[in-house]
Design a protein around this ligand. Sequence first.
Ligand code: NDP
Ligand code: GUE
Length: 297
Amino acid sequence: MTEIIDGEAVAADVRDAVSEEVSRLSDAGVEPGLATVLMSDDPASETYVSMKQRDCEEVGIESFHVEIDADAPAEELYETVDDLNERDDVHGVLVQMPVPDHVDKRTVLRRIAPEKDVDGFHPENVGRLVAGDARFKPCTPHGVQKLLDAYDVETEGADAVVVGRSDIVGKPMANLLIQKSPTGNATTTVCHSRTEDLEGKLADADIVVVAAGIPEFVDGSMLKPGATVIDVGINRVDADTEKGYELVGDVDYESAADVAGAITPVPGGVGPMTRAMLLFNTVRAAGIQHDVAVDLD
Ligand SMILES: NC(=O)C1=CN([C@@H]2O[C@H](COP(=O)(O)OP(=O)(O)OC[C@H]3O[C@@H](n4cnc5c(N)ncnc54)[C@H](OP(=O)(O)O)[C@@H]3O)[C@@H](O)[C@H]2O)C=CC1
Ligand SMILES: Nc1nc(=O)c2c([nH]1)NC[C@@H]1CN(c3ccc(C(=O)N[C@@H](CCC(=O)O)C(=O)O)cc3)C=[N+]21
């Protein structure tokens, strides 16, 4: 029987743990706060940001939101980040990606104070992750790691394939999988658009994480029977639904579920975990900034 990995359920557990730590911080006089910044008219980005605000409310994190016109000068975004870095009531700063083309993404990521960088995208935090001394693990890979742990998927000694090498998913995912720790220790192959023999790599993989941004890119015929399949992809494809689209992953769910040992659905798989780990990082950030111990790992 294929196990369906329930991201909503695991995310709810993470939120419960976060809520408890929010109360403890509050007892110590600290009210954790997260600021989201949106510089985009993209409807998907708007949806994600409003979901993040709702999540904050649920666990008792104060949320602040700044919206910047997509055609405003880049300086406006940089200065907004500077202001949020200065505020004592803001412990985490997240600039929703992608930013418009006239904004330099690297400048944005470097401008966020590393101790408020709850996405974990600042070079200092990337460096710490790679060095095995992570402060903020990037939310999506961290969420995947939690899912694997919650479902007792053995990473130690496993052959893992990550499809995609983006800075926000593929690269940090591979880094976590190779880490010398019980939740790592996988032998990890990272595939991308120049990979010659993706099928050959996938055929041997015990754990497959797909983050390619291509709807239903990986199907069941490419998988090793019993493999654990983590579908990070979220694609809006036109469909005759109320919203005019439906969400599909980067994995062809039907055929993959026939072959896999365990699989994440879309929606309800990795997405809710990404949001839960953002709350987790925000509480950690508040703890670090106020020197209060936070019991989350
Ligand atoms: N569930 C969640 O919480 C999140 C979901 N997402 C979703 O995950 C997906 C990936 O996001 P992201 O990492 O930001 O995407 P990017 O577009 O930044 O990266 C896609 C990666 O896939 C690789 N790729 C593209 N085509 C192929 C191919 N034919 N074979 C192998 N690899 C290929 C690219 O290779 P190359 O580097 O050579 O171009 C690139 O490394 C998207 O669907 C996104 O919406 C993203 C973040 C969070
Ligand atoms: N600075 C930054 N940090 C990010 O973490 C970040 C980002 N920019 N830009 C875009 C990607 C994408 N991302 C998602 C988060 C949650 C869901 C999510 O909750 N998905 C729900 C469904 C959502 C829906 O209904 O549309 C699910 O899969 O069940 C999806 C995608 C975070 N990202």
